[in-house]
Design a protein around this ligand. Structure first.
Ligand code: GTR
Length: 345
């Protein structure tokens, strides 16, 4: 816990000031929010999951200062509930609904709607900034040292999809959460930070550049991540290669920036590359900012995460399950357990 004493804390800073530092030094500045979004139903009204759900494939067009950008998504909601339902926006690795990271029928059975899109339909997961949303935001594919990388663009798309989700009469607009695994868990926390309307940002095994503190990280380091995936971040982030101790922030700032809503950190015991210990300590550290702002942040249980010991009481939630780097049913069930507890408060 000595590490907690050495961290810089965003004490007294506004959310905008926290975000400004994170944008400048790590993720880069995002494009201005959309002026509007429009939706086209591509493949409507198919009754799926034994008739329990309405499923459609749609496309979302973002109208913004850079022009117009369209990407496809899927939407499913449970029928005959007689009330507005809570929902997830799941940023996924693959196009489609029901997926090895996404047990759609079980999510539906627990009373939730689901919006999902494939991140590479927004822009490719590589250093090419000429395609998709990147191509519009960066004419000629050129960005400056503090322009956002791919994580920022995927997060921007999730926030634009929320613009549509909140307009639907069958959805409880105050109870829409964003979910992602790994690089998309980093993206989910960033989406939560840039958009106050989410109910909770769920990050699964997000590790370095996501939930896990960079200082004393025993898994992925800034050196490793910027070597393999420099395009996820802004170029300024490279200043912290072998230099984590001099970061004016650490990853608990990203969790803190999720105020006024909730953030949830899910770890897997066997996913040492994501450093579950530092994901846990990051929750402890972020809690300070929530508490300073009059909220119950994280209620830890000891100095290290315990297996299958979900911590669901505060506005920062956590669990660690057994197994490897994966978004599993067990994770989803914990997320929904957490939401049910929080909704009943
Ligand atoms: C790993 C990467 C992590 C994580 C993961 C993923 O190789 O080092 O930061 O994001 O990929 O997205 O699957």
């Amino acid at each position: 816990m000595e590490l907690l004493n050495r961290l810089p804390y965003p004490t007294g800073l506004s959310k905008e000031e926290i975000l400004d530092l994170l944008f400048r030094e790590e993720y880069g500045y995002l494009p201005k929010k959309p002026d509007s979004v429009t939706v086209k139903v591509e493949n409507p009204g198919i009754h799926h999951f034994a008739g329990k759900g309405y499923l459609a494939r749609l496309s979302l067009t973002i109208h913004a200062e850079f022009g117009e950008f369209t990407f496809p998504f899927y939407y499913v909601y449970p029928l005959n509930t007689g009330k507005k339902v809570p929902a997830f926006i799941h940023i996924n690795f693959r196009d489609g609904i029901s997926d090895r990271y996404q047990p759609a029928e079980e999510i539906l059975d627990r009373g939730y709607a689901l919006f999902t899109f494939c991140y590479e339909n927004v822009t490719s997961d590589n250093s090419d900034f000429t395609n998709g949303l990147a191509g519009l935001v960066y004419p000629g594919g050129k960005r400056s040292p503090d322009s956002c990388g791919k994580l920022g663009l995927w997060a921007y798309a999730a926030s634009a999809l929320l613009d549509y989700a909140v307009t639907l009469p069958e959805i409880d607009a105050d109870k829409i959460s964003v979910v992602g695994h790994s690089r998309l868990g980093k993206t989910a926390l960033l989406a939560g930070a840039i958009d106050e309307r989410f109910y909770c940002a769920f990050s699964n095994d997000s590790g370095c550049g996501g939930a896990a503190l960079a200082r004393e990280n025993t898994g992925e380091t800034v050196r490793a991540i910027t070597k393999n995936f420099p395009f996820w971040f802004c170029e300024n982030y490279q200043k912290y290669i072998d230099n984590e101790e001099n970061m004016p922030f650490d990853q608990h700032w990203l969790i803190s920036a999720n105020l006024p809503h909730r953030a949830y950190v899910a770890s897997a015991e066997g996913d040492t590359w994501a450093c579950p210990q530092n994901e846990y300590l990051s929750c402890v550290a972020a809690s300070k900012y929530y508490e300073e702002n009059g909220k119950t942040g994280f209620i830890p249980d000891g100095d290290t995460p315990k297996l299958r010991n979900p911590l669901h009481e505060g506005m920062i939630g956590h669990h660690m399950r057994p197994g490897l780097h994966f978004l599993s049913r067990e994770d989803w069930n914990y997320y929904i357990d957490y939401l049910e507890k929080q909704f009943s408060k």
